[in-house]
Design a binder for this molecule. Sequence first.
Ligand code: ATP
Length: 338
Amino acid sequence: MSDFAINVQQLYRHFGPLKAVNGISFQIPHGSVCGFVGANGAGKTTTMRILASLDYPTLGRAEICGYDVVSYPEEVRRLIGWMPDHFGNYDHMTVVEYLDFYARALGYRGKERRLRVQEVVDFTDLGSLAERFSNKLSKGNTQRLGLARALLQDPQVLIMDEPAAGLDPKARVELKSLIRVLAQEGKTIFISSHILSELGEMCDSLLFINGGRIVHHGDAESMKQNTDNGGLLYDVQLLGDPAELASWCLLQPKVEMIEARKHGARLRIPSSDVQDAADLLQRMVKDGLKITEFHREERNLEDAFIDMLGKIDRESRTPSVPPPLPASAAPSSNYDAL
Ligand code: ATP
C-alpha cells in the first residue's frame, strides 16, 4: 500500500492565463482528516476535482492510494467517495431510487445492492425520507443524500467540497458527527469548508491554499502560531452607539478594530503586556465611553486565516523573484486530453 492516501506533487492547473492551481505539493496520511481552507477562488474545487479524476492537471502528479489520477481513473474512482459542492438530482426519483440508481452504476446487483442502499440510508438517517422525491429535500437532507451517495462503495478516501455550506447549525452538527464516525472507521477525509472553527475541531491537519499555492499545512494550533503577530485580543462592549467605539479606535495609533459587534467591537492591541490593556481600558473610560464588558479573547482560526491573508498581501507588495516552474514545465500541457 502507498504511504499516503493522497499524494500531490507539483500540481498545476491553468485555465488560459489563470493559474488556478500553481505548483502545489502535499501529502495526506491514511486515516487522517485534512481540512482544505482558502478564500473564494483560491483553487480548492479545482484541486479536488483533479483528485476525483474529473479534471486533468496541466502539469504535475496526483495520486490516490498510490494510483495516479490521470493514468488510473477507474481505480481512483473505486477508492474515493466524491461529494461535490453542488450536485444534480433527478425529477421524480425518490431517495431510495436515486441511491439504487447509483449503486447499480457502481456494479452492485440484487440483494447486495438493496443491502448497501439500506446501509447508507441508515447511516445518514434518511430512512424517514426514503420515499420522498430526491429533488424536493431540504438543503441539509440533500447534503445527507450526497454523503450517502458518496459512501455507497464504502470508499477509503472521502473528498468533500464544502459539505456544510448553507446548512443550519443543527444540520452542521449532525454532518460533523457523521464525519467523525467515518474518521473513526479509518477513512481518509479531505474536506473543504469556510467554517473554520468546525474544521479546527475535526481535522488532524489544515491545508491552506491561496492564489493556487499552498501557504500552510499543519494542525490548527500551528496555523494559529504561524500567523500570530503577537498582541492581545479583547471583546469590548459599551452602552450607546458602538460607532463611538469605532471612531475612538481610529484615533488610537496602537489599537486595531478587527471586527464590529452588535454592542461593541473586537479589538487588537499590538502589545502582549496586560498593563497596556489596562491602560487602554482606562483611556476609554476617561474619554467617556460607557464600557460594560472588556475581556480577553483567544486567537481563533478565523484570526489566523485573516492574518495569513494579510501577511501574503504584504509580502506580495514587496518585489520578489517569482518561483520558477520546474524545468519540465513547458508552456504546453503534459496531458493532451484537455
Ligand atoms: P470557492 O471557495 O469560491 O468555491 P475555490 O477555492 O474552490 O473557490 P476554484 O473553484 O478552484 O476556487 O477556482 C479557482 C479559480 O479558477 C477561480 O478563479 C475560478 O474562477 C477559476 N476556474 C475554475 N474552473 C474554471 C474553468 N473551468 N474555466 C476557467 N476558470 C476556472
